[in-house]
Design a protein around this ligand. Structure first.
Ligand SMILES: N[C@@H](CCC(=O)N[C@@H](CS)C(=O)NCC(=O)O)C(=O)O
Length: 311
């Protein structure tokens, strides 16, 4: 199996979810630091246009979105498990809620004007302006990131944390006695709040939650080795997509395996990726693409949150 290569940047909360999972599973990985805003000329040849962060590369296989990244890591390194026995459904449902709703709550809090200034201020005025323009482009035409008013977001965070604090009085982790993917999904959202000097005080009343965050941070990030974007591109070019045996099913109406299709997020970052449909199940799909710089690559996506259309 080729090495794990994560394309990410430090401040990206979804990247922190994957970095923490690398730590939990004790994995060694290559880190390619990407710019926090577009353009990303050395990443686009790999993804075919998908612009969200992070992206996992394994040779010529490219995994877009943390939901396919975590499923792939779990298949490859099942121990320790992200979905402890008997809790698979509960863990996945809670993870989807955290990555969807709680993500929107923390974005509303951390990017409200007074808090955004604190975060973006460290970037310098020019970069802060470019960041704002980039994120306006990211959510153009999008339904999924309609911002909550910060006061509403604050109430929702307190509601969630009050209940979570009560849960942590009786279990060590979100879903019982073992850590699970749900812990990492809740954690990366709260990590964004914790790192923001203006809103981090919202976590102060919740001592058990803060201890739980320390336990998660204690897993570390695994063994991280720096890699250049050029070397990552070369690794794709020199590899072939891995051998996979996945039976397709649940294809969209009018689409067959082998067709040229586009796969597009349905929430934000609505950029289609076009290729030949390689497999499609009810959970995930992938397209094969030929790229001048990356060679032949297979790009994987979750089904939820993405649409497949004939191209
Ligand atoms: N559903 C996606 C969400 C990823 C996401 O929204 N990532 C943020 C960064 S934390 C992003 O892409 N921001 C815009 C960018 O980096 O271009 C996932 O699970 O990977």
């Amino acid at each position: 199996m080729a090495d794990l290569i994560l394309h990410h940047y430090q401040g990206s909360l979804f990247s922190e979810k994957i970095r923490a999972i690398f730590g939990f599973k004790g994995l060694t990985w290559h880190s390619v630091e990407i710019p926090p805003i577009m353009p990303r000329p050395l990443l686009m040849p790999l993804t075919g246009g998908y612009r969200r962060t992070p992206v996992l590369q394994v040779g010529a296989d490219i995994f877009c979105d943390t939901h396919v990244i975590t499923e792939f890591l779990e298949d490859l390194h099942p121990q320790p498990p992200l979905h402890p026995d008997t809790l698979g459904w509960a863990v996945r449902t809670l993870t989807a809620h955290a990555d969807g709703h709680l993500f929107r709550v923390v974005v509303a809090l951390c990017f409200q004007p007074k808090a955004a200034a604190a975060t973006l201020g460290t970037l310098g005025e020019d970069m802060a302006n470019r960041f704002a323009a980039d994120r306006a482009e990211l959510v153009k035409g999008a339904q999924g990131l309609a911002t909550l008013p910060p006061d509403v977001a604050e109430v929702e965070l307190a509601d969630l944390l009050g209940r979570f604090e009560a849960q942590l009085a009786v279990t060590r982790w979100a879903c019982g006695g073992m850590p699970s993917l749900a812990d990492f999904a809740l954690y990366h959202c709260l990590w964004l709040v914790q790192n923001n000097p203006v809103v981090h005080e919202l976590l102060l009343p919740y001592a058990r939650t803060r201890e739980w965050m320390q336990r998660l941070a204690g897993f570390g990030h695994g063994v991280r080795k720096e890699m250049s974007a050029e070397d990552a591109l070369a690794a794709a070019r020199e590899a072939e997509p891995m051998a996979l045996e996945i039976a397709s099913g649940h294809l969209p109406e009018g689409v067959a395996q082998g067709d040229t299709v586009s796969v597009t997020p349905t929430d934000y970052g609505l950029i289609p990726v076009t290729g030949t449909l390689d497999y499609c199940t009810s959970h995930a799909c992938a397209v094969l693409r030929e790229d001048d710089e990356a060679g032949r690559v297979r790009v994987h996506f979750p089904r939820t949150g993405f649409r497949i259309d004939p191209a």
